[in-house]
Design a protein around this ligand. Structure first.
Ligand code: NAD
Ligand code: ZN
Length: 250
């Protein structure tokens, strides 16, 4: 656990912030029952083959991967998950008027469910609650496609054009929404304090935003159980569980 001195320094950092940006990853949602990828109980740590389901090329080229992915979507814990103390702590920072944006790599919408203004949550990797056609770009409520899977279609095609359907998430090999990434870059360049919560900071370009913030003069606080490549850029690093460390910052 982190020493009281470190928690105190982190709390002072946050208390002194005027334009705070938070950057969140899968680790903020593990306490809500959604496993991360690379933590000790991470999906890929336990089953390295699961990585194929997050790879765009494998998804497009392999019907087998798509069928497995549809089953995983049905079983995704994100459907029933509720926000935890860490999400609520970030929502509280917004109520205090110092939070400018939450840049998230998460697809679970738990931050919005905790009461954060959806306009302030920049979902770099999209969300799991919509489907999108890879050919005609038709977007729909994901529950429509999942109902078809439950009814027996193992790889439901687009109802409009027959194209491949996928969740509206950004897989490895897909590019991020340029405008959204630009907004995130502006937010971190203009912030005075950047709080990283629950990310291994190994996925680009999201991780690079931390370097951008530090180079622009922001003070960086990293809250993550495992070391990250950006710990050296941080003024304070907290290793404790986010459900305790983030509320303690308030
Ligand atoms: P990651 O799995 O690479 O890293 C998560 C980090 O969080 C790990 O370093 C782990 O040690 C730490 N962690 C886990 N639980 C913690 C806790 N309770 N307290 C403190 N630290 C904790 O996740 P990432 O950096 O977000 O990148 C992985 C990719 O996975 C992203 O692209 C994201 O889109 C996707 N993803 C999202 C979800 C989700 O939406 N909840 C879940 C899994 C993966
Ligand atoms: Zn289509």
């Amino acid at each position: 656990m982190d020493s009281g001195a470190e928690l105190g320094r982190a709390g002072e950092l946050v208390a002194g912030a005027r334009r705070l940006v938070a950057m969140t990853g899968a680790g903020i949602s593990t306490d809500s029952g959604i496993p991360d990828f690379r933590g000790p109980n991470g999906l890929w740590t336990r089953d390295p083959a699961a990585e194929r389901m997050s790879n765009f090329r494998d998804y497009v080229s392999s019907r087998e991967v798509r069928e497995l992915t549809w089953q995983a979507r049905i079983e995704h814990p994100g459907w029933a998950a509720v926000p935890n103390a860490a999400h609520h702590a970030l929502a509280e920072l917004e109520r205090r008027g110092i939070l400018r944006a939450i840049v998230t790599q998460n697809i679970d919408r738990l931050q919005q469910k905790a009461g954060s203004d959806p306009d302030l949550v920049l979902e770099l990797h999209g969300n799991m609650f919509e489907s999108v056609c890879l050919d005609c770009a038709d977007r729909r409520d994901m529950r429509e496609a999942l109902a078809r899977v439950r009814a027996g279609e193992t790889d439901p095609p687009c109802a409009d054009c027959g194209g491949i359907l996928k969740s509206a998430t950004v897989s490895f090999g897909q590019s991020l929404d340029r405008a959204l990434l630009d907004r995130a870059a502006s937010a971190v360049r203009e912030c005075d304090v950047l709080v990283v919560a629950g990310s291994s900071l190994t996925v680009q370009p999201a991780a690079g935003l931390v370097g951008l913030a530090a180079n622009a003069g922001a003070r960086v606080l990293v809250c993550n159980a495992a070391p990250t490549p950006y710990d050296d850029a941080a003024e304070v690093v907290l290793r404790g569980p986010l459900g305790e460390t983030l509320p303690a910052l308030l």
